[in-house]
Ligand binder design. Structure first.
Ligand code: ZN
Ligand code: ZN
Length: 387
């Protein structure tokens, strides 16, 4: 897949060096201590509290923008290029509208701004929730140690069902704004949610990643009862959709998902085998290993072996990295042909990587609740009975 362009207003890729990461920790965004280690069969990784980052620190200034996320990570406010934002007065000339809400603060109003990039953030948007810095991000560490990270909000044990959130990241990274913000949004509605940190290329194959998801589903079903759903973004959507194929092809495997939510999923994995489109940061390592991602391609596109639980699909007509015509549309056609219940939200949500923005969550939550997620089970039955 092409590297997902980030909205809003993603400037050109920067190779500027020497960005200092914020040393401040954000405890609310850092649930690593409550992480549930997963031990899928054949996974040799020993669980270590201090894990290695996915990319050595010396190479961090070369990371793609959509994982560096200078403007969103850490306590120190920065522009998209990684320059520190300073308090400025909106003078009506130097700075235009706010990069987040597009509103133009009145002249004389205090804003945060970068003079180099003419980047302005209004006072309101300066209070947006922050993502953890690279140093603090559990999704940027422990590449060999799969785990479940619980949502910040704890949901009563009597609430039925669990959603496992699988962030995207081209199977090379895990994008933080497709992880905890989604899990937290669900948990605020009483739906128990975890973020799955699954293993990644190039050290691991697609079979390993699927094993991590299967192991996570099995774990939450044993611990909290059913139903169990997974919500996957981008490459994570490909992973989630592939689980049903695996279960259909090999009877006897643990029970797969009761529902799935696929958000701008990369259904057709063919781009991962095209050097110009794969978008890998570590091309030499990931490109050969990405061949494993094509397993099940024809089935996902509606060929023999297609299988899926009830599905909620989200795709943006402005998405150039995973255009709905090539990815979500064929999947929706396959669902219809197979008679699987589905809801498809297809409109202009903006460029690839819009995460939980755009209002689709407001429809997705009731869809999950109608399937028993987040509903209080009758007193005394613990864990709740599965359908
Ligand atoms: Zn704003
Ligand atoms: Zn700047």
């Amino acid at each position: 897949m092409k590297s997902p362009p980030r909205s809003p207003k993603t400037p050109s890729f920067s190779r500027r060096r020497g960005v200092v990461q914020s040393p401040v920790k954000s405890p609310a965004l850092f649930p690593r201590r409550r992480a549930v280690p997963l031990a899928p069969p054949k996974c040799q990784a020993a669980w270590r509290p201090l894990e290695e980052p996915i990319v050595d620190k010396q190479h961090w200034s070369w990371l793609p923008q959509w994982i560096a996320l200078h403007a969103e990570r850490g306590e120190m406010k920065k522009c998209w290029e990684g320059h520190r934002l300073l308090k400025q007065s909106q003078d009506g000339r130097t700075f235009g509208g706010c990069v987040w809400c597009y509103q133009r603060p009145q002249a004389g109003t205090q804003i945060l701004a970068c003079r180099t990039c003419r980047w302005a953030v209004c006072a309101n948007c300066a209070r947006r929730p922050r993502l953890p810095s690279l140093d603090d991000d559990p999704l940027f560490h422990g590449r060999d140690a799969p785990c479940l990270l619980p949502a910040t909000t704890i949901v009563p044990e009597t609430n039925r069902g669990t959603v496992i959130v699988c962030p995207g990241g081209n199977y090379e990274f895990l994008v933080p704004n497709e992880g905890m913000p989604a899990a937290d949004r669900l948990a605020l509605h009483g739906i128990r949610a975890f973020v799955l940190r699954y293993r990644l290329l190039p050290a691991h194959t697609f079979a390993d990643m699927l094993e991590d998801l299967a192991c996570a589903v099995d774990h939450v079903r044993r611990t909290h009862g059913g139903p169990v759903a997974a919500m996957g973004f981008s490459a994570g959507g490909h992973l989630v959709a592939s689980l049903a194929l695996r279960a259909a092809s090999a009877p006897g495997l643990p029970r797969p998902l009761d529902a799935q939510v696929l958000v701008y999923p990369c259904i057709d994995g063919i781009d991962w085998t095209k050097p110009e489109d794969c978008g890998f940061f570590d091309f030499d390592g990931c490109f050969p290993a990405a061949q494993s991602l094509l397993e099940g391609r024809q089935a996902l596109l509606g060929g023999p072996g297609f299988a899926a639980p009830p599905s909620f699909l989200v795709a943006s007509t402005a998405d150039e990295a995973s255009p709905p015509k090539e990815h979500t549309d064929p999947y929706a056609r396959a669902l219809r042909k197979k008679g699987v219940l589905y809801t498809y939200m297809r409109r202009d949500f903006g460029a690839h990587g819009f995460g939980v923005e755009g209002g689709w969550m407001d429809k997705c939550v009731p869809w999950l609740q109608a399937r028993g997620f987040g509903c209080a089970s009758s007193m005394g039955s613990s864990p709740p009975a599965e359908k």
